[in-house]
Design a protein around this ligand. Structure first.
Ligand code: PHE
Length: 447
């Protein structure tokens, strides 16, 4: 049986961009910008995205497309069967952990979409009423579980249909829609009286706010946002046609991801400032502050529907990419049928996700390192495991693969002359700059 693949260049592009653009852009990026001092954080984020993350993205792309296999087999075969295959296994297990808690927040976006459809935010509620609405919801047992299950089920259903018939089809329709919605909200938000302050906040840098912790946060966010260190890009790349240009596809994904994050910032911050609110409200920004803002702004009920629909779609195009990593492994290495692989993984993620969901309410007494189970998984995977996965991948490509093979894959056998010219710089970044930068930023962020 021949291996499934993306049907077109556009399809491959939107699927990768779909993986990258997710809750990371709409939910995490804006509040991290808020916590780390606005524009200066954005500048550091942009520099790290292109200098460090783009070469890692390309490294994952090279490994995936060279091998045309799942992440485990890719590491195993390209290293001649060495212990590197355990790194492959690592990059398969980590996205499952992330998918488990990601689908909890994905579930919250379903809940908030439903709440906005029933116009629960309109009527001039106070900010504290919105805070209570959120905390009442997340600390309850059944509501969050129901939507978490719904989100995971939707993810699984898309992935069952395969690359062309499921993931690509879904992304092709949803990504353009997502772009239009988020851009529309951003434009609207800019027209609100008082929006100017929010724009200044986003684009006037104050470098005194930048310290080692902010750099570490920016790097962690860039990894998360570009889906790096997870086997995700590697797996998607394994379905990309050999004729495609890796440099182009990678840059296009990184640029769209950045654009989405910035547009999300412009959609959110001016609106928040226009109503005299504070952006530094952490993860509650999207589920507490924004609903209040929607309740105040003209046509806010409608904007709320669009916003939470966008959040849901963005989350789904990312969650399917996380699931696909392990599905590919089970199908290719363990000879599962696609449906069986999806079912088994659904059950595993559902159980872990359920524990995360309950950790806000009935299981909130279980603390690990001061936080609940959800925080533990989020911190562990996005701050540590993802950094480790990215570091190992870039070391694998820079120090284990043969330079000529990497060159061959990156330039399509030497036929892409622009890529051939760029290769020297890329190789230097992959071999030296990326590993050293990752290690030093990671360590200084811990101190
Ligand atoms: N990039 C996604 C986001 O920004 C998250 C993600 C991480 C997706 C890892 C796949 C793998 O939300």
């Amino acid at each position: 049986m021949s291996r499934d693949s993306f049907g077109s260049r556009f399809g491959a592009l939107v699927a990768m961009a779909g993986s990258a653009v997710g809750l990371g852009n709409l939910w995490r990026f804006p509040y991290l910008v808020g916590e780390n001092g606005g524009a200066a954080f954005i500048i550091v984020y942009i520099i790290l995205s292109f200098l460090i993350c783009l070469p890692i993205f390309i490294s994952e792309f090279v490994v995936g497309r060279r091998s045309q296999k799942n992440a485990y087999a890719a590491f195993r075969d390209l290293s001649g069967g060495s212990a590197w295959r355990w790194v492959g296994l690592f990059t398969i297990i980590v996205p499952l952990i992330v998918l488990s808690y990601y689908s909890v927040i994905g579930g919250w976006s379903i809940e908030y979409l439903l709440k906005s459809i029933t116009f629960s935010f309109t009527g001039g509620e106070s900010q504290s009423a919105m805070n209570t609405m959120f905390s009442d919801f997340v600390t309850s047992t059944w509501g969050p579980l129901a939507v978490h299950t719904g989100f995971l089920l939707a993810t699984t259903l898309i992935v069952v249909f395969g690359i062309k018939g499921g993931i690509e089809k879904f992304s092709k329709v949803m990504m353009p829609l997502l772009f239009v919605i988020v851009l529309g909200i951003a434009i609207y938000s800019l027209t609100l009286p008082g929006a100017q302050k929010g724009v200044e906040y986003l684009f006037n840098p104050d470098f005194s706010k930048i310290d080692a912790k902010a750099c570490a946060a920016a790097l962690g966010q860039a990894f998360f946002s570009l889906s790096l260190g997870f086997g995700t890009i590697m797996t998607y790349a394994s379905y990309v046609d050999k004729k495609e240009n890796i440099m182009f596809q990678s840059t296009a994904t990184a640029v769209s991801d950045l654009m989405f994050a910035l547009i999300a910032g412009v959609a959110i911050m001016p609106a928040v400032f226009a109503f005299g609110l504070n952006p530094q409200s952490g993860p509650g920004l999207v589920f507490e502050t924004l609903p209040f803002v929607f309740g105040q702004m003209p046509a806010g009920g409608f904007v709320a529907i669009l916003f939470f629909a966008a959040l849901l779609v963005a989350a789904l195009t990312s969650s399917i990419s996380m699931l696909e990593v392990a599905v590919a492994y089970l199908v290719e290495e363990k000879k599962f049928s696609r449906a069986a692989a999806c079912t088994v993984l659904f059950v595993v993620c559902w159980i872990v996700g359920t524990l995360c969901s309950l950790s806000f309410g009935p299981l909130s007494h279980i603390k690990i390192d001061g936080g609940n189970l959800f925080d533990f998984f989020d911190n562990l995977s996005s701050n540590i495991l993802m950094t480790l996965g990215s570091l190992l991948t870039v070391l694998f490509v820079g120090w284990r693969l043969k330079k000529t093979d990497v060159y061959d894959e990156f330039t399509n056998g030497g036929t892409l002359s622009r890529n051939a010219k760029l290769f020297g710089v890329l190789w230097f970044l992959i071999r030296y700059v990326c590993p050293l930068a990752i290690i030093s930023i990671f360590i200084s962020g811990l101190l």
